[in-house]
Design a protein around this ligand. Sequence first.
Ligand code: ADP
Ligand code: MG
Length: 369
Amino acid sequence: MPDSVMMNRSGMVSKIHTRIRTDTFKSSYDLVGKELGRGKFAVVKKCVEKSTGKEYAAKFLRKRRKGQDCRVDIINEIAVLESAEANPFVVSLHEVYETTSEIILVLECAAGGEIFNQCVADNDEAFTEKDVIRLARQILTGVAGLHRNNVVHLDLKPQNILLTSSRPLGDIRIVDFGLSRCVDSVEEVREILGTPEYVAPEVLNYEPISTATDMWSIGVLIYVMLTGASPFLGEEKQETFLNISQVNVDYSQDVFDGVSSLAVDFIKSLLLKNPRKRATAEECLKHPWLNGHSSPLPHLRNPLRSSLDEPETSPSESEPESPAPSPDLLIVASYKTCSGQSEMKSVRAAFAFDEPFSGRPEIKQELIC
Ligand code: ADP
Ligand code: MG
């Protein structure tokens, strides 16, 4: 991030160079098709720029949230997107509009949707390990670029990693910098931010946030992409937080059936309680798992989940799929990302992905088990 940026105490950036347009969005864009996605304060819709015919994704962000003016949060999101302009794996920002109630970010459209969809897909549509290796390299290259700029994303999860196309499987684009922070300020950034299953132990303990905080989430993300299961999710939120703070992870053959031991080794280098011991994004990119070093594949109970080999076509013997209703894990805010979206199983319990919580130190007591 350039030296000239202005930052407040919590690592939010308050200076942007994008011109904010105040003319009517609809005079330059037509909304097309249905919604691309939504979060708690944002709706994302496909649109076409009238002058060029090009497709974009318009993210409509409400400025007032829970009675509070959140314009600074949106400006921070824009500033982070600007700082990542040259990053090929971060969604690019085309234009910004402002109305009395909303700010509209006109973003590159990632037409392949969320990697979440493949994480919860049936076996023949799920990622193979080979897919995950390619996508993991892209995610790590993108995140390494952010970290070089001292930007931490703080909400890396399958809903915020999109694809340029789903079939054939395209490239990744990292989106949603709503919780991102700049960590090069002299002040330590300590905040309770993130999405329960993906937050690192230091977040739960209200310890300083660093680039290593994202690396934990990448460990969870890769676990989910390879196994289709969420490593820390418990039946109740307290159990989830306890699992995280105890780093209670199931690396058994049952869960990692058909996945290489190098992949497990890679995840183990990230799901470490001490942030200083976690591999950095650059170190991860040098890991043998991502560099074509093969390791003997374990017995494949479920060949379609395998990958270093060509996927086979025999039917899977595995996993009855009957997710129970998802527990509500959120402290501050909770909702499902997309109505009608598939749910995903946890190692321990069925669940749906939740949206991030964000909060202040006062809620710490509620979060810590
Ligand atoms: P929120 O901050 O509310 O979570 P996101 O930026 O994550 O908002 O957007 C919500 C959803 O909208 C994403 O999970 C994704 O499904 C969809 N989406 C966001 N940006 C794009 C984009 N550039 N192209 C396509 N879909 C997008
Ligand atoms: Mg999001």
